[in-house]
Write a protein that binds this ligand. Structure first.
Ligand code: C2E
Ligand code: CA
Ligand code: CA
Length: 901
């Protein structure tokens, strides 16, 4: 199992966000507030609308009750008018009235609902619009008859509904007393009306389901009621028997008062001229029902509104969380990058610009720096971070920093060398600085170049002396040597020119630093001076190259003795002040002799150089006298360039393929194409024997093109063979990018072979990515756009700019073999590797560990969550047919290591 500490767990994310609650919480809080407001609006709207509806219903019911009362008044009035005119004709005709005749004459409405009868003082029927039933005893026992007989009142009496004996229907009786001429009781004129008659003008289709209209006596007794589907004369819906005290009104009566147990709004209005009251009942339930759609609509608005608000809040929280996350992520990237650059020789700073009122940069905030960066300022890193540049560099800010930073902000890149004035115990200091604009501000690197600058200056001052060693320099030599040769010629003496080169000196410089290297050179110069005779001269040509002009020798043997002394003296270990260890350097020495090998100083120097190379090539720490053969060999090397040119054309190049596999399963993910030269004489040559030459001569461009062509042709061949294809990764030199047509070449090769872009990957060395936006960067972007993945090769050996890596959006990093090889040595060495892996992961790049040679390294790499590995432990680079077998096998961990065939 691979541990992946770089990919944060959910818990880590949650605890990170919890730490930023203050920037996230306002959103849900504001949303909750708005939702509460929305629901408050909904509730109050419903409340007011319902009240409004009720008020309108109250008013409507009142109006209806009044209209109804008016109609009753009119209807009863008409009947009363009829009765009075009948009474009049009764009196006029002296008690003779034939209602049948009146009916026949159309004076009395013949409607079946109305019957008119006249009774004598004993209650016997005198005349009627209806036929008298047989054996009828009359109305003497009826309440209304008895009331008229008992009271002299001439007012209209209205009875409650009763069962009519004549019509056998429910009727209400309107009656008036008939007086004889002396005012005595002479009988009763009665009109029997179907109670429904009084409700006939009520349009029951307009009534709600539970609504009703009703008529009562003012004493409270029930007469009739009409609802949507029935007409009642008994058993009222509204059980109210109390007498009406107020002329009109409207109120809500509770459910218990109704036959059906449903509460209603009740409005009543008394009929003006008669003791009747009209009542209108409007169902409360129906009211609620009528309001229901509106109620739902408001609830829906509030509900949907709440949901939308909640979604907006969620989106805002998500956005804020993403920002928090990104900021955290960037911090991690910086931190990882800082660790990765901690060992660098450069001071590294991340600066964030601070703007003034005119939107111009006025200062910078130091967001991060590495230990060396802090050391340059003579402060602890923790103190420096978070300070402004002007506060940290009060004297230098205006003079040295602001203008440069502004320019870098404007142009993207600023590079120069600056001289820092003497301060305290520190002498004048030279710094090389590089300012690169990144998304967050400026990435600044500072490198102390004081020493080389001072050397350079000293050299300029003393044209003939080497500032470091105080030895005469090349300039001096070019003047001195021709003169010395001339002298020797005149004197007929021999003269030897010796070229001394320290082997492995570069190692000292690289591992111990320039100061140690310089110390060693000085010591070497002293020793050289000590082993020559006074007539001989030593000069330093530069770097680790010295020239000795041996003038006092008579024979080759003597010269050889000098060469041996030189080698011997340098062989003695050097003790440098910086370290406790002793350092051994070997010297290679080449010798040319005047007059045997040449007659000019220039020629002698050149031949001594050639001889030195021969010595170095044969055995380090040896010397050689010049031989013409050496020169021939040099010529051969020059010829090789021509050969290589032809080799490219003649198809002498071929590709071997080295698998790259998943570090967890060993599954092949890609194969790196590594070029070989099948030299007609020398056989198979490794790239390090001709790629440097190709780079130097520009042949790398056609060579690279050939590699692309061969890789694509091979992919197509494998496809034809039905093999499961994996992408081929091609090494590309910076020069190919600069040439500007790499994208087109890759696309052309893919198309010519009918291949998809994903089948090619491109590896470029770290140093190639450092260049600012030039055509090379555009090339890379276009290549990636086309679907070809980009990998940074040999990562860790150069110095790449974080901003650059980020902008390029490289797909993966291949960590150089040098780091991998350290992995199973000691635990502390994993720090750098781990820093690179976490930085790569933070930039969403895959990580490939190169040069995995042992099971221990593989385990370490797996432990460090590096996604892929490559190396001899998995497989050496193999010819196409051999690698085809691996492609079929797919998982490579299970098998014995392959041997390059
Ligand atoms: P590179 O791109 O870093 O390729 C990896 C080199 O490391 C290869 O050497 C490979 O054989 C070697 N290698 C792989 N695994 C191990 C291991 O476990 N241990 C050790 N000691 N070495 C391992 P090779 O094939 O000699 O190539 C050397 C360099 O030549 C390459 O380094 C690359 O920079 C260059 N090169 C090869 N082919 C091309 C090409 O087509 N174009 C260009 N521009 N450069 C190429
Ligand atoms: Ca490579
Ligand atoms: Ca590599």
């Amino acid at each position: 199992m691979i541990a992946t500490p770089q990919i944060p767990s959910l818990q880590q994310k949650i605890s990170l966000l919890r730490g930023h609650a203050s920037s996230l919480a306002p959103w849900p809080a504001a949303c909750a507030l708005l939702i509460a407001g929305l629901w408050f609006w909904a509730a109050s709207t419903i409340h007011y609308e319902q009240r409004d509806l009720r008020d309108r219903t109250f008013a409507n019911a009142s109006a209806q009750a009044r209209t109804y009362a008016d109609q009753i008044e009119r209807s009863i009035g008409q009947l009363d008018y009829l009765m009075q005119s009948l009474l009049f004709s009764w009196q006029k005709n002296g008690g003779a009235l034939h209602l049948e005749e009146q009916v026949n004459a159309g004076l009395v409405p013949a409607a079946a609902r109305i019957s008119i009868s006249v009774f004598d003082q004993t209650g016997k029927l005198l005349t009627s619009t209806l036929a008298e039933p047989k054996g009828w005893q009359g109305v003497a026992s009826r309440a209304y008859f008895r009331a008229h007989a008992a009271s002299p009142s001439k007012a209209l009496a209205i009875s409650n509904p009763m069962r009519s004996i004549v019509s056998e229907r429910n009727v209400m009786i309107l009656s008036r007393r008939i007086d004889d001429t002396d005012g005595g009781f002479a009988g009763v004129l009665a009109i029997a009306v179907d109670p429904e008659f009084l409700a006939s003008f009520v349009d029951d289709t307009k009534l709600g389901r539970d609504d009703f209209v009703s008529i009562r006596n003012t004493d409270g007794s029930f007469i009739a009621a009409k609802s949507r589907n029935e007409f009642r004369v008994s058993d009222p819906i509204f059980r109210n028997t109390s007498p009406v005290t107020e002329r009109m009104g409207v109120t809500v009566r509770e459910a218990a008062r109704y036959a059906d147990g449903k509460a209603r709004i009740v409005a009543w209005h008394t009929v003006q001229s008669y003791p009747l009251v009209s009542i209108v009942g409007v169902s409360e339930g129906a009211l609620k029902e009528a309001y229901l759609p509106r109620y739902r609509e408001i609830q829906l608005i509030a509900g949907v509104g709440s949901l939308v608000l909640a979604l907006i809040a969620a989106a805002c929280v998500r956005h804020a969380a993403l920002r928090v996350w990104r900021a955290h992520h960037m911090r991690e990237v910086h931190e990882a990058y800082r660790i990765a650059t901690e060992n660098a020789r450069e001071g590294f700073y991340m600066l964030r610009p601070l703007y003034g009122p005119n939107r111009e940069v006025v200062d910078f905030l130091i967001e991060d720096c590495n230990e060396r960066g802090a050391m340059y300022r003579g402060m602890a890193r923790g103190v420096l971070i978070g300070k402004t540049l002007s506060a940290m560099l009060p004297s230098l800010f205006d003079t040295h920093m602001l203008a440069a930073c502004r320019q870098a902000m404007a142009d993207g890149l600023y590079e120069d060398e600056i001289q820092l004035p003497q301060r305290g115990s520190r002498s004048v200091q030279w710094m090389q600085r590089r300012l690169v604009r990144s998304s967050a501000g400026l990435a600044v690197t500072l490198r102390d170049i004081t020493e080389s600058r001072l050397h350079q200056e000293a050299l300029e001052q003393m044209a003939n002396a080497d500032a470091l060693t105080s030895l005469p320099n090349r300039h001096w030599l070019t003047g001195y040597l021709p003169a010395a040769v001339e002298q020797a010629r005149e004197a007929g003496r021999m003269l030897a020119v010796m070229f001394v080169d320290l082997d492995d000196f570069k190692n000292i410089n690289d591992t111990l630093g320039h100061a140690a290297g310089d110390e060693l050179l000085k010591a070497a110069a002293l020793r050289l001076n000590a082993v020559i005779r006074p007539e001989d001269r030593v000069a330093r040509l530069g770097g680790d190259e010295f020239t000795i002009i041996v003038q006092a020798a008579q024979t080759r043997e003597e010269v050889a003795a000098v060469a041996e002394r030189v080698i011997d003296t340098l062989w003695q270990p050097f003790m440098l002040s910086s370290g406790k260890r002793q350092h051994v350097v070997h010297a290679s020495v080449g010798v040319s002799i005047f007059p045997d090998d040449g007659t000019s100083g220039e020629a002698l120097l050149k031949q001594a150089d050639i001889a030195m190379y021969a010595a170095k090539g044969a055995k380090k720490g040896s010397y050689r006298f010049f031989e013409p053969e050496f020169e021939r060999r040099l010529v051969t090397r020059l010829n090789r360039e021509a050969e290589l040119k032809l080799a490219i054309q003649n198809g002498e190049l071929l590709l071997h393929y080295q698998p790259r596999v998943r570090s967890d399963s060993g599954e092949i993910t890609s194969m790196e194409a590594l070029v070989r030269w099948n030299h007609p004489v020398q056989g198979l040559m490794a790239p390090n024997e001709f790629i440097p030459l190709a780079e130097k001569t520009g042949l790398i461009v056609p060579l690279g093109m050939e590699v692309v062509r061969m890789a694509c042709a091979q992919l197509a061949r494998w496809r034809r063979q039905g093999l499961p294809l994996v992408p081929v990764s091609i090494n590309v030199s910076a020069q190919q990018l600069d040439a500007g047509d790499l994208g087109a070449i890759l696309a052309g090769a893919l198309q010519a072979n009918g291949l998809e872009a994903r089948l090619l990957q491109v590896e470029i060395t770290e140093s190639a990515t450092v260049a600012e936006d030039g055509p090379a960067m555009l090339q890379l972007a276009a290549i990636q756009q086309a679907g070809i993945r980009l990998y940074v090769d040999d990562f860790g050996t150069g110095y790449s700019c974080l901003a650059q890596l980020k902008r390029l959006d490289m797909d993966g990093l291949k960590i150089d073999r040098a780091f991998t090889s350290e992995l199973d040595n000691s635990a502390s060495d994993a720090t750098l590797f781990r820093a690179i892996v976490s930085m790569a992961h933070a930039l969403q790049m895959r990580v490939v560990a190169e040069g995995v040679e042992t099971a221990g390294q593989l385990a370490a790499v797996q432990e460090l969550a590096c996604e892929e590995v490559q190396g001899y432990f998995v497989s050496r680079p193999l010819p196409a047919d051999a690698v085809a077998r691996l492609m079929q096998q797919r998982f490579l961990f299970a098998v014995e290591n392959q041997v390059e065939g």
